[in-house]
Design a protein around this ligand. Structure first.
Ligand SMILES: Cc1ncc(COP(=O)(O)O)c(C=O)c1O
Length: 386
């Protein structure tokens, strides 16, 4: 057998840490390595594979579309694209009327920032400390953290970073050149940081009063991850711009920037485009995901998330500092040794991912069952020696 790990290390630009596994296929909630060893997937490829692997309905819909038409520039109309845009806009509600399709989360943010400038005529932005919005240059200006930003500073876009959950700082940061405030409904990469009660409702009020736009980055929290289609929908706020990505198209690369009518009217032709954005294959994936993501599934995400958090709280140890989460977006903050715990979980055939400085993050597929969670708890207890 070829040494795929060696080949990947040799021929890929070295921007990723290496987990030392060669995974070659997936089925259900499991990933398999080249020796057919089975790993329980508790991270769904950073939140993408929300219905696990080889889901029959998703496979059927994607292969139907694969045979019909894979790509088509958005200057031509397409049945699947038109229907997926309608279904997505209707599903999000909150005053969103149109969608711009791209191919990744960071691209969805790029579009959102440009649309905010076009809609307001202003170029200053506010984002949060600890925020993650992607690594292309516009999105990187919104992302917080010297480790990603330092070599590229000064960054092109004018961003002020304030504390998450701090309404006073938001009010103070706004001036007459501010276009928008961008925020995650739950901070994901930053370490699963939850908002205070009514945070977004209060943020909305401040943005309205100051006449600036609110950009919600639901790339990690959206598409059912917290037990709601959008994590923000519980607060019933109106939307200006909402960004989605990750699992929205069933694993086909996708970014979506949804806008209100007011914003849409200010976006001229040709100002922003993407050859592959809105390709019918990804749009077929969106249609299938929206069908699969029914009320029953969303309730299950909420129920399993509560169960997972409750069980994690039984893993009481000096090393565990805090357990935080919403739905199936869960973080275990440790005092120390996060990477060692991730390594031990992997040795025990369970895949989780890091977040923040010391958080073990679980973003499992929505198709996991209680027994999968019980296994994770059992193994965590063994690893942490309780
Ligand atoms: C909240 C948030 N925004 C943006 C991104 C960037 O998405 P992508 O990696 O698809 O560019 C991510 C990725 O993890 C994310 O979690």
């Amino acid at each position: 057998m070829k040494d795929y790990q060696y080949l990947q290390q040799k021929y890929l630009v070295n921007t990723y840490p290496n987990r030392g596994l060669v995974l070659t296929r997936g089925k259900g909630v499991y990933l398999y390595d080249q020796n057919e060893e089975k790993y329980l997937d508790m991270m769904s490829n950073y939140g993408v594979n929300i219905f696990g692997y080889n889901h029959p309905y998703l496979l059927e819909k994607l292969s139907d579309q694969l045979k019909k038409l894979i790509t088509l520039h958005c200057s031509f109309n397409n049945d699947t694209r038109a229907m997926s845009a309608e279904a997505l806009v209707k599903r999000c509600a909150g005053g969103l009327t149109q969608v711009y399709f791209s191919n990744s989360g960071t691209e969805a943010i790029e579009a959102a920032l440009k649309f905010a400038v076009l809609a307001t005529g202003k170029k200053k932005f506010i984002a949060c400390n600890n925020a993650y919005h992607g690594k292309t240059l516009g999105a990187l200006s919104a992302t917080s953290g010297e480790k990603y930003r330092a070599p590229f500073e000064p960054l092109f876009w004018n961003f002020k970073h304030i504390a998450y959950n701090n309404l006073l700082e938001l009010e103070k940061a706004i001036d007459d050149q501010t276009a928008a405030f961008i925020v995650e409904p739950v901070q994901g990469e930053g370490g699963i940081i939850l908002p205070d009660d009514n945070y977004l409702t209060n943020v909305r009020k401040i943005c309205d009063r100051a006449r600036i736009l609110l950009i919600l980055d639901e790339i990690q929290t959206g598409v059912g991850r917290t037990g709601y289609f959008l994590a923000s929908e519980k607060e019933k706020i109106s939307y200006d711009i909402v960004c989605l990505g990750k699992g929205l198209a069933g694993g086909i690369p996708i970014g979506a920037s949804l806008v209100s009518q007011k914003v849409a009217l200010k976006i001229p032709k040709l100002i922003h485009s993407s050859t592959l954005g809105g390709n019918p294959l990804a749009c077929g994936g969106i249609l299938a995901i929206l069908e699969l993501l029914d009320e029953k599934t969303l309730k299950k995400v909420g129920r399993l998330g509560d169960y997972f958090i409750q069980q994690l709280k039984t893993v009481k140890l000096p090393l565990v500092k805090e357990i935080r989460g919403k739905g199936l977006m869960i973080g275990v903050e440790l005092d120390d040794k996060r990477n060692e715990i991730l390594r031990q979980l992997q040795i025990n055939k369970i895949l989780a991912i890091p977040a923040g400085e010391n958080v073990v993050r679980f973003l499992p597929p929505y198709t996991i069952e209680k027994e999968n969670i019980d296994l994770v708890i059992k193994k965590l207890k063994e690893i942490l020696n309780v």
